[in-house]
Design a binder for this molecule. Structure first.
Ligand code: ADP
Length: 654
């Protein structure tokens, strides 16, 4: 059997004045239901109903309606493609299974004819309507793709059109079910369906005495439903837009700033406001941390702040859950949650800060935990978490993770930059030193040795002077090179520290004994270090080094009739050591620059007291290394100086 004509095109051929229109599937569904409801509501006498479905599944959705319609008429014909179960059958109504190749499988028809009523819907699916729609993004559900399918055709109350459509369809039915010849003939005769002179037989086309209310009602209901769907879609689009703008504003903050504090504050504020939380907290935490301090907070009005509070992480089952699965944890209601009930620290937080619903989301970067985002809802009833909210928190946490890593890399870069700059300065200084400092003693040594070599008859005393000068200058060079290396090692962090508990007096004694072996004539030194001074925590060698350098300076710049004092006092955290002298003093504007590298008041080349100009710079590096401070005080020229420095006291004493 070859039937390759479309009912719509046959209809348009027979009635060339008809103008087909475009319909979405959703509209056709509404119209079909309205047409069927009209029959169910009206008191037609055995109307003719022909419905053709493209697929079995569409028929199945409507089968129950046709069973109800079957109570109204014995002239119902339902067509559908022969796919799996749909077969020719006459049980409730006439089922007509057509071939898959039949153009009917691309068409949608519904014809209703009664004595004083007729309507029909004859449509053909537009080519490519589905294909186009299938290209829609995954986010659009398939049901929406289905309703967006487009058809072209006719929907009308016109009796001539309806009778023609019925004729075409009934003839098609007879091809599949010739045994229905008699039944079909009867209905054709009853409504003059294939009569040549249809026009004259139609008494009234319009002005039916029919209640069209069910039809209108159905359309209005459908319109309402579509409107509701549209409203829902708008709402979800608006929520999506809000989410995107939130993520954007946080991303902008991240791009604008490299200050993690600012980034986290913006994130907490935006997220808290958007999700209407009572609190939004962000803090740094690593998997191995046992505690965390709340650093950033958004607070709703009237909610108690937790800023600066310390959260226990070690015995916190929620945090443990996060570190195990690296996934967020959600507590719908803290009152009933067993994890909260079992943990004393969680119960304490819940009680003290009134947390009712709790969300804890990890801030991760490449699987590494960097911090936590928390949301608290404190009111009754408990908050019901929506999937969209959880997704949003996750998206923000991801942004925060990237921001933190970015800020971390930047600060590393800055540190590296500073180190490079310091290295560069050191290198330039080295060149300056080579030029000015090393060259002078080196040429002196050279002159002395050359004279000794070229004048073998030189008097013995002069030879002695030459040798002593060469030795003194080579010692000066040795010291300079040694101090320079020490300072570079300290500045580049290549020094190993061995902190230990130390008695200050013992270190002072060691420094003094080192000094006494070197100096012959030194001013009087008095020490006032009391026995009750607490132990200090520092590297012993370096502490002795600082003391020795300060005492040595005091000796250098104080006449031998002057006096040097070593004093020490303590507060709760630090011991302060003061090395004072009655020497030449320091002018107020130079009190700070004396700690600069290579600073010497009289200039390197005019130095009288010896030294390298690196001693105080070395002392500052050492003292800062153990967390202390060093500074100079003096009432001015010839008023003596005091050098102060602090050392942390041993923690257990506190
Ligand atoms: P130097 O090797 O020249 O002593 P320092 O770094 O130890 O290098 O000291 C830098 C400069 O600080 C000294 O050259 C001197 O001008 C000044 N200074 C240091 N200690 C004293 C002090 N006790 N009295 C006066 N000036 C001092």
């Amino acid at each position: 059997m070859t039937i390759l004509t479309s009912v719509l095109s046959d209809l348009l051929k027979s009635l060339p004045n008809l103008r087909p229109q475009l319909y979405f599937k959703a509209s056709l569904t509404a119209l079909s239901h309205a047409m069927e409801d009209q029959v169910l509501a009206a008191t037609f006498n055995q109307p003719l109903i022909i419905a053709s479905f493209q697929h079995e599944r569409f028929y199945r959705q409507e089968a129950h309606r046709y069973q109800r319609l079957a109570e109204k008429s014995n002239q119902i014909y339902v067509l559908s493609v022969l796919e799996t179960e749909f077969r020719n059958d006459s049980q409730y109504y006439e089922k007509v299974a057509f071939d898959i190749d039949d153009p009917l499988s691309q068409e949608w028809h519904l014809v209703v004819i009664a004595e004083n009523y007729s309507t029909c819907l004859v449509c053909h699916e537009s080519k490519g309507s589905l294909r186009k729609n299938q290209e829609l993004p995954d986010s659009i559900p398939s049901v929406d793709i289905d309703t967006a399918r487009r058809f072209e055709g006719i929907w009308t109350y016109d009796r001539i059109v309806t009778l023609k459509a019925a004729e075409l369809l009934l003839k098609r039915i007879l091809l599949y079910r010739p045994e229905l010849q008699e039944k079909v003939r009867a209905i054709m005769d009853r409504f003059n369906i294939d009569q040549e002179n249809q026009d004259s037989m139609i008494s009234t086309q319009y002005g039916y005495d029919i209640d069209t209310n069910p039809f209108v009602q159905r359309l209005v209901t459908y319109l309402q439903a579509s409107q509701y769907k549209l409203h829902k879609a708008y709402r979800s689009i608006a929520a999506q837009a809000r989410k995107e703008s939130l993520v954007n504003s946080i991303s902008t903050a991240i791009r604008r700033s490299l200050d993690p504090h600012e980034i986290l504050q913006v994130a907490a504020q935006q997220l808290g406001t958007h999700l209407e939380a009572c609190r939004c907290l962000i803090y740094r935490a690593q998997v191995t941390d046992i505690k965390a301090t709340i650093e950033h907070e958004f607070l709703d009005r009237g909610v108690v702040s937790v800023l600066g509070q310390t959260w226990d992480l070690e015995y916190n089952p929620l945090f443990q859950e996060i570190t195990q699965h690296l996934e967020g944890v959600c507590v719908a209601d803290t009152i009933t949650d067993s994890r909260v009930k079992r943990s004393a620290s969680l119960s304490a937080i819940v009680k003290k800060f009134g947390v009712r619903s709790w969300l804890i989301e990890p801030v991760l970067f490449q699987g590494r935990l960097l911090g936590i985002v928390e949301l608290h809802y404190c009111y009754f009833p408990s908050h019901v978490w929506q999937k969209g909210e959880l997704d949003l928190v996750k998206a923000i946490a991801t942004q925060i993770g990237a921001a933190l890593i970015q800020a971390e890399s930047f600060s590393h870069l800055e540190e590296l930059n500073q180190q490079l700059e310091a290295l560069d300065r050191t290198r330039s200084n080295l060149i300056a030193i080579t030029g000015h400092e090393l060259r002078t003693p080196l040429s002196t040594i050279q002159v002395c040795l050359e004279s000794l070599y070229s004048e073998p008859d030189m008097p013995l005393e002069l030879q002695q002077v030459m040798i002593n000068t060469a030795l003194a200058d080579s010692e000066r060079m040795r010291k300079l090179v040694q101090d320079f290396l020490t300072l570079s090692n300290l500045e580049s962090g290549r020094v190993e520290w061995h902190p230990e508990a130390l008695i200050v007096q013992e270190c002072v004694d060691l420094a003094l004994s080192r000094l006494r072996t070197r100096k012959e004539e030194i001013p009087q030194i008095k020490t006032y270090v009391v026995d009750s001074l607490p132990l200090v925590r520092a590297d012993g060698d370096w502490l002795v080094e600082v003391l020795a350098k300060l005492i040595e300076n005091a000796c250098k710049f104080t006449p031998s009739i002057g006096e040097i004092t070593i004093d020490a006092r303590s507060n709760e955290e630090m011991v302060e050591v003061i090395v004072g002298d009655t020497g030449r003093g320091i002018e107020p504007q130079r009190l700070e620059i004396v700690f600069d590298r290579f600073y010497q008041e009289e200039g390197a080349l005019r130095r009288t007291a010896g030294g390298t100009g690196l001693g105080l710079a070395i002392c500052r590096q050492i003292v800062t290394g153990w967390g202390g401070k060093i500074w100079a005080e003096s009432r001015g020229k010839d008023q003596g100086s005091q050098f102060h420095f602090t050392i942390p006291i041993v923690a257990s004493d506190r």
